[in-house]
Design a protein around this ligand. Structure first.
Ligand SMILES: Nc1ncnc2c1ncn2[C@@H]1O[C@H](COP(=O)(O)OP(=O)(O)OP(=O)(O)O)[C@@H](O)[C@H]1O
Ligand SMILES: [Mg+2]
Length: 259
């Protein structure tokens, strides 16, 4: 299912020497990572190793957690997002996130998707109609949702809600999609739909996906990073990392010896 990535793309994100502390507890140690534009990167590793923490670092979602201290740099398109002049609202529009549990707003399907564009100043119904349809099409939900756009989003199934959350994200035209275990609450068919979606989206977006499912990482990602106890042990081309890991700890993890 994986499609070839365009060669020699530009660097979209660079993480340089990032340490992160929750109060006195260090959760990330000297993370260095380069993410090329238009690719899919998978983060794997045992529970508590820091995958979600690092993901949240990439659009400053950790700012919302009291007592977090971050040092080092995260460059998006060459700009350090921890520099003084970052517009965080704009950053989170460009670097959007989907969470493990679908979290639609308690409003209609239509209003869920129109919410972001409205905040960013789009008011005309005609324009919003176009965005709503396009986003639902991109998220492979249009057929299922088109006759119930003004019904509550909470009436959708879990898998449909997750695709709605992806549609909501796409509506504001981000550049980077951060997906934290987006299929862990989904059945196999919905999972397949989300996986297929990532393949369709990756030429337009840069995607980073956290997953506990190593087959999923192998199926959909171009590169994979393996984490252990807050350290990035290894980052490489996915096929290589799974067939010929460079580090014994990676090998132990992917062969199921621990984790
Ligand atoms: N809000 C928080 N406050 C304090 N400590 C936290 C917080 N969130 C995470 N941590 C700690 O940081 C470490 C990394 O957690 P993180 O959630 O990033 O792991 P993870 O790799 O995403 O795990 P999982 O696979 O279970 O989701 C853990 O030791 C965790 O207890
Ligand atoms: Mg997590």
């Amino acid at each position: 299912m994986k499609t070839a990535t365009a060669v020699a793309t530009e660097e979209k994100i660079r993480v340089q020497g990032v340490d992160l502390f929750y109060g006195d507890n260090q959760a990330l140690y000297d993370i260095n990572l380069s993410v090329p534009e238009g690719s899919i990167t998978a983060f794997i590793g045992p529970s508590g190793c820091g995958k979600s923490t690092l993901l949240r670092t990439l659009n400053r979602m950790n700012d919302l957690i009291p007592g977090v201290k971050i040092t080092g740099e995260v460059l998006v398109d060459g700009d350090n997002i921890y520099g003084g002049d970052t517009d965080v609202v704009n950053l989170r529009k460009n670097v959007g996130m989907v969470f493990q549990r679908p979290n639609p707003f308690p409003m209609s399907i239509y209003d869920n998707i129109a919410y972001g564009p409205r905040i960013h100043g789009i008011r005309r119904k005609k324009d919003l109609d176009v965005i709503v349809e396009r986003s639902l099409q991109q998220a492979a939900l249009w057929e299922e949702a088109k006759d119930r756009l003004h019904k509550s989003a909470l009436g959708l199934s879990g898998g449909q809600q997750q695709r709605l959350c992806i549609a909501r994200l796409l509506a504001v035209e981000p550049k980077v999609l951060l997906m934290d275990e987006p299929t862990s609450a989904l059945d196999p068919i919905s999972t397949l739909k989300v996986e297929e979606l990532t393949q369709e989206l990756k030429n337009k977006y840069t995607i980073i996906i956290v997953t506990h499912n190593m087959q999923q990482a192998a199926r959909i990602s171009d590169t994979t990073a393996f984490f252990l106890n807050g350290v990035m042990v290894e980052h490489g081309v996915t096929d290589g990392l799974f067939t010929n890991p460079g580090d014994k700890r990676t090998e132990d993890y992917i062969t199921g010896r621990f984790g």
